[in-house]
Ligand binder design. Sequence first.
Ligand code: SF4
Length: 287
Amino acid sequence: MPYLYPFDPWASTLCTCPPKWSLNPYTGCGHRCLYCYATSFIPKFYEPRPKKDFLKRIERELMGLPKGAIISLSNSSDPYQPLEEKFSFTRIFLERLVSKSFKLLIITKSDLLLRDLDILSKLDVVISLTITSIKRASLMEPGAPSFERRLFALKELKKRGFKCVVRLDPVIPGINDEEIMEVLGEVLPYGDHFVLSTYKAKPDSLKRLCSAFPEKSQTLKKLYLDEGSLLRGSKYLSYERRRKLLYPLIERISAQCKTYALCRENLPEINQRKGLCDGSYLLQNHF
Ligand code: SF4
């Protein structure tokens, strides 16, 4: 399997992302988010390791990529997880992109990316920061930087003119749903585009959430296992609950004339244009 591969190998009809290439410099992730879906298909996910021969292979694979291709870094790990401080694979990869025609999407929870602003400023890049909670970030995402550090990174990026996407993803009933409007209030001035989604349960992630929040365990099981429905291998909240969680956020974002998208939410009445989802429309000359 190549390290640079077409995004969404499952060809999900729920996904409205444009064609792009996915790259994970590391296998697994040290941010250890309880809700992470990648743990369900990548063994030893919370024991992250650098990809073997990454730099050598990536040089070769970049040569085979079409001109103007969008590279998404990363969809099944975090390019700025703690390992990056030691190995710098992400930074070295970014250096390889300077003066090339590729476009870049970065998705991270870490302010470590501020280290690379010198290179990022030379690239056509849109940066997505995932920010889910003020009070419970250290419980939900025990290895990731705090809310304050992520907010600081977002403000710095905005100040320096980067295009920024904020992912309020996932909203989990009983865990962060009551504070998600407050989170939105903090980040709204700095994001150009917002991606929203509700938590989709996999057996292992639901188990982790239930043991970290035992007082919410019955509610989560009822909402997902009893009332929810199975869609493409994940348990979704009921349609009504997903609407109820997401619509107030949509209204507030729309009131500020900012764009938003839902990620694999299956709410077809929301007219979601292809390519709006991941914020790639913010790339220079993309549409
Ligand atoms: S940062 Fe992303 S890939 Fe890493 S554990 Fe959290 S959800 Fe999973």
